[in-house]
Design a protein around this ligand. Structure first.
Ligand code: AMP
Length: 125
């Protein structure tokens, strides 16, 4: 089955410069910017510049260069935000996918959250 990418999603508009963002870091293949509705003192979204819906889509279709750039960018953001473990107190990475993952924006993004203790990962159902 193929992945359907909707190029009218809000992060595609950010990448085209149609709506503003607060950039933390930009590389050849990736963009990191602050979440508009932060849920922790650090709340940064990292997206690939390519048209990928979700992490599984990216993992199966992106080039090695895009994947390396993306993973390195996530690490650099953790460092720049002071949450990396060699200097800070840690963070949580979340990537929601699809309806069960409750993904609102259908362009791959990793949330990097930190700056306070974040509690348990999931509330008990
Ligand atoms: P998700 O539920 O994982 O798809 O998360 C989407 C995230 O995008 C949410 O945390 C929103 O607060 C965030 N968001 C929505 N619109 C914008 C925007 N224009 N700039 C930055 N973050 C946004």
């Amino acid at each position: 089955m193929s992945y359907n990418y909707d190029d009218q999603n809000i992060f595609a508009k950010i990448l085209r410069g149609e709506i503003p963002n607060t950039t933390v870091l930009e590389t050849e293949h990736s963009l990191a910017f602050r979440d508009l509705y932060p849920q922790a003192p650090t709340h940064v979204l990292v997206i690939p510049k390519g048209a990928y819906v979700s992490f599984d889509h990216f993992a199966s279709a992106a080039s090695d260069a895009e994947i390396a750039d993306y993973i390195r960018t996530i690490g650099e953001v953790c460092k720049a935000e002071g949450v990396a473990l060699n200097a800070g107190q840690g963070f949580r990475m979340i990537s929601n996918a699809g309806s069960h993952g409750v993904q609102e924006v259908p362009h791959l993004h990793v949330h990097i959250l930190g700056g306070r203790p974040l509690g348990r990962m999931l509330a008990k159902a």
